[in-house]
Ligand binder design. Structure first.
Ligand code: ATP
Ligand code: MG
Length: 252
């Protein structure tokens, strides 16, 4: 295990390196030439992407083009086969499994299409869980969970089991759970994929309003142009490559 895998105490969780990001107004997250295959199936074939602090970026592209794989590499869930992932001035892809887990737990929030909530636990338990994992005081954790219930317009639902929620309610709980730790980045993969369009728009309104209020960077994978319109910028992924970064006309 190389020294580069150990962050210095009190410093950022990644190791600052010359030429990296995050050391003077540069991007918060950067992918450089990412390759990742699953067996003989290439998912990423040299993908590059830079996301500024506080930016909301929509990742679009056809099914199977590599969007989820890119998101998983940026979030340190997968390691790329080749290429570099920079976060906050350091090489995320060089961190060992434990450090990447710690980074995900403390600096990243995740919202997926479904399956991220524990159905047997209550709404309040689900939202408090990331804080309890980070060894927050129990009372504090539930107080913060309550505050996020309120911000996601879920008042009164704290005692409900998440298995009994509507799709839109469940996604709002997932957003509360992602934001409760005040993450630097929220990674969202098709967060409205299982919702009707009106419910999806409400969920996007809340996610983007709260992320902007908190200054949270968001990387949002979606098929849906109406969902992507909530972002500051859209990028297109095709055949494992980022092919077109361009500003969203009239982006909110
Ligand atoms: N765990 C895996 N095992 C095997 N192949 C995989 C795995 N994950 C992704 N792939 C393959 O890698 C390629 C890219 O997949 P990925 O999930 O990143 O695409 P995507 O753009 O997110 O697609 P979708 O829009 O359908 O979610 C596809 O060919 C896919 O079949
Ligand atoms: Mg996907």
């Amino acid at each position: 295990m190389s020294a580069a895998e150990y962050p210095k105490p009190g410093k950022s969780l990644t190791v600052p390196s010359p030429g990296g990001t995050g050391d003077g107004g540069g991007p918060l997250i950067e992918a450089r030439g990412l390759y990742r295959s699953f067996g003989s199936t290439p998912a990423l074939q040299g993908a590059d992407l830079a996301v500024d602090p506080g930016e909301i970026v929509a990742v679009m592209g056809p099914s199977g083009s590599g969007k989820s794989t890119l998101l998983h590499c940026l979030a340190g869930i997968f390691r790329p086969d080749r290429g570099e992932v920079w976060f906050d001035g350091g090489r995320l892809d060089l961190l060992n499994e434990n450090r990447r887990t710690e980074l995900r737990r403390t600096a990243f929030g995740f919202v997926f299409q479904f399956g991220q909530l524990v159905p047997e636990l209550t709404v309040a338990d689900n939202i408090a869980l990331p804080l309890l994992f980070n060894r927050d005081d129990r009372k504090d954790a539930y107080r913060k969970a309550d505050d996020w219930l309120n911000r996601l317009e879920l008042d009164g639902l704290g005692g409900r089991r998440t298995g009994e929620l509507s799709g839109g309610q469940a996604q709002r709980v997932a957003i509360a759970r992602a934001l409760v730790i005040h993450p630097r980045v929220v990674f969202a993969d098709e967060p409205t994929g299982s919702l009707d369009s009106l419910t999806g728009e409400r969920v996007m309104d809340l996610l983007t309003d709260l992320a902007r209020a908190e200054g949270t960077t968001v990387v949002l994978v979606t098929h849906d142009a109406r969902v992507a319109a909530y972002a500051d910028r859209e990028i297109m992924v095709r055949d494992g490559l980022v092919t077109s970064p361009f500003p969203v006309e009239g982006g909110r």
